[in-house]
Ligand binder design. Structure first.
Ligand code: ACO
Length: 323
């Protein structure tokens, strides 16, 4: 019998209408400049949630798109996994709310919390459920409203993040012809928990609910750990750098992305970049980038795609998939 695999059948994304440029931030009283932000991060603008946008509403919009892309309906979904660090409520989980909004009467849903690596962790979990036969399909969504946990007076973090959601729809196959998720690799090291964290509980309105980050240390860990993740994926699958068609990295910072792409010897035209327009949307950034590049025809059926991310925890990991 052939091994069961998870095919990536659908892709979706949602970005709030409101766009905030670097100049908007500089003229709103934050001591920063377009020049500084672009030079240090590659970010030119970010989308920020309006009053109508929530982690659930954005996840539903992205999830619906992914189902439509796959010509599937909510009845075709066995599992919903939402990666988020900014849920609307402590519970029920964002995924279960999404299940309700989609009108599903069966299946199951739960959230994964792994900060900016959340999508890789959720994808890996969904793939394990599908391979083990516990689910025949899964909607994997990253949805984040980081604007809720940013200190508007902290220029070193406020400029870095945006809001949005991205989704993929996975379906089991016994005969993928090599297509589907090839392997996923997860790591965390809780000793570095204080490099990037939010103290407060959900809904808390004081300063403890704001994200705190030691940017330089995170940067250093990101380049080293993401580079070793890339090596780990290739080694596990007996592949070389040149076998990878596309790098779809977590979109935190152009300098981090460039560092890893150089390590892979991948020219910039083989790297999907959205950080300039989306900023860092945490767990939503990889599925948003994937959605964009599949829909505009850059990533095609049969392409080998490498995804990697690092986030608070520290958590990090990578996933390799043939589209
Ligand atoms: N505008 C202008 N000046 C700023 C700003 C800003 N928005 N933010 C910080 N500065 C100032 C600092 O106050 C500091 O001033 P000082 O020298 O007078 O004290 C100066 O710029 C340099 O600050 P550093 O923090 O040393 O700047 P650095 O070159 O490290 O860049 C940055 C900061 C962009 C945050 C970088 O460290 C980084 O990208 N780190 C990775 C963090 C990240 O991406 N985190 C996202 C979550 S984790 C992930 O997704 C990978």
């Amino acid at each position: 019998m052939k091994a069961r695999r998870s095919l990536l059948k659908g892709f979706g994304g949602y970005l709030p209408d409101r766009i905030v440029t670097n100049d908007d931030l500089a003229t709103s009283g934050l001591e920063t400049s377009d020049e500084w932000i672009r030079a240090r991060t590659g970010i030119a603008q970010r989308h920020r949630a309006g009053p109508e946008d929530t982690a659930v509403s954005m996840a539903v919009a992205a999830g619906r798109q992914a189902l439509e892309y796959a010509n599937a309906t909510p009845d075709d979904v066995d599992a919903i996994i939402v990666a988020t660090s900014t849920p609307d409520q402590a519970f029920p989980s964002t995924a279960v709310r999404v299940q309700g909004e989609l009108g599903m009467t069966s299946g199951f849903g739960f959230d994964v919390a792994a900060a900016c690596s959340g999508f890789i962790f959720a994808l890996s979990t969904a793939d394990a459920l599908i391979r083990s036969g516990q689910a025949r399909s899964a909607l994997v969504i990253g949805s984040e409203v980081y604007s809720r946990i940013l200190d508007p007076e902290d220029r070193s973090t406020f400029v870095l993040f945006g809001d949005g959601a991205g989704a993929v729809f996975l379906q089991a196959t016994e005969d993928g012809g090599g297509q589907g998720i090839v392997s996923t690799h997860l790591h965390s090291d809780g000793r570095h928990g204080d490099l990037l964290y939010v103290d407060g509980a959900i809904g808390q309105k004081d300063k403890s609910a704001y994200l705190k980050m030691q940017g330089r240390d995170v940067f250093r860990h990101a380049v080293a750990k993401l580079s070793s993740s890339v090596d780990e994926v290739l080694e596990a699958n007996g592949l070389k750098y040149e076998d990878v068609a596309w790098l779809v990295p977590h979109q935190a910072n152009l300098r981090i992305i460039d560092g890893v792409a150089r390590k892979l010897h991948l020219p910039p035209e083989r790297v999907v970049i959205t950080v300039d327009r989306h900023a860092n949307t945490s767990a939503a950034s990889i599925p948003l980038a994937l959605n964009e590049a599949v829909r505009d025809g850059r990533i095609r059926s049969g392409d080998l795609v490498l995804m990697e991310a690092l986030g608070g925890g520290l958590t990090w990991g990578a996933a390799l998939a043939r589209i």
